[in-house]
Unconditional design. Sequence first.
Length: 106
Amino acid sequence: MGRIAGRFRRRETRATAKAFVTALLSSLPSKNCWTLSEQAGDATPDRMQHLLARASWDDDGVRDDLRGFVAERLGTAGAVIGKPESIVIDATEVDSCVEIFRLLLQ
């Protein structure tokens, strides 16, 4: 989280973002604001919905930081994050993506 922490103006928003990503990386069978909120210990999805809809944070900066982080790990300076619709990601690749997010949270 240290790499992207500065992209969130308020510490509460930063804490919610960490809880959100941590819940996304969990083994929940279904992931929506309700289930992610429950995983994070919240009684309602209000905090997660606020993060996604109204909170002030630099989403472009987080994207750029994530791209840089992935490029460092993959060794490609001009890496582009994305997936054409015609490509199917298998379980091994999903596990790799999850591990990248876990490392980013450290």
